[in-house]
Design a protein around this ligand. Sequence first.
Ligand code: 13P
Length: 255
Amino acid sequence: MRHPLVMGNWKLNGSTHMVIELIADLRKELSTVTGCNVAIAPPELYLDQANHQLAGGRIALGAQNVDVNLSGAYTGETSATMLKDIGAKYIIIGHSERRTYHKESDAFIAKKFGVLKEAGLIPVLCIGETEAENEAGETEAVVARQLDAVLSTLDATAFNDAVIAYEPVWAISTGKSATPAQAQAVHKFIRDHIAKQDKVVAKQVIIQYGGSVNTANAAELFTQPDIDGALVGGASLKADAFAVIVKAAAEAKRA
Ligand code: 13P
């Protein structure tokens, strides 16, 4: 039985004040919820502050990026060992915004995956097709290619203690979520693709859906058998909305 994970990706949003308020509100809203793992990924600058505020609670700390190097002359970067040191647990890699704006390749992302595993951190590997690829019927080929970058350099066991987030690029920040059936079909494809190498790993790997998840569509998405939670952008910036999504995951997977 897989335990769902709902994670908030705050992207480039926040301030000292906002981190104080939002985490205090989240701790209040989620204090009694069980049956769903919860994490938030604030901007890197606020990770230490967030970690202190999350102490003793049930919300885990995540980060939005990591460098492939552990130390040295790499101006502006943050290493896996630093993220571990600061108390982070889940690290988002391969987000489409980084693939697009920072030209991150499949191979580079696979390298990050390996570095995180070495450091004992949990990669949250984002994969997903663009609108053009979707319309061209290339969704499965794209997500297979993105998975194979990791599967060919490490192997399927690397997905033990790792998370996959299927985020169709056309659904991110657009208000146009994939339908539960559309998402389920791709999630099943992803699980089956990993099962070709390792059935046990495929059965237990957490596959989140991401892309315009909100209070109105979360519950139905979570009723799908291969959707194990969500990676939430915009709706994670409001404690009440994020709490509704977490509770929907806990409820759906308890049933
Ligand atoms: P939205 O929930 O704002 O569409 O963002 C999804 C996302 O990119 C999470 O990583």
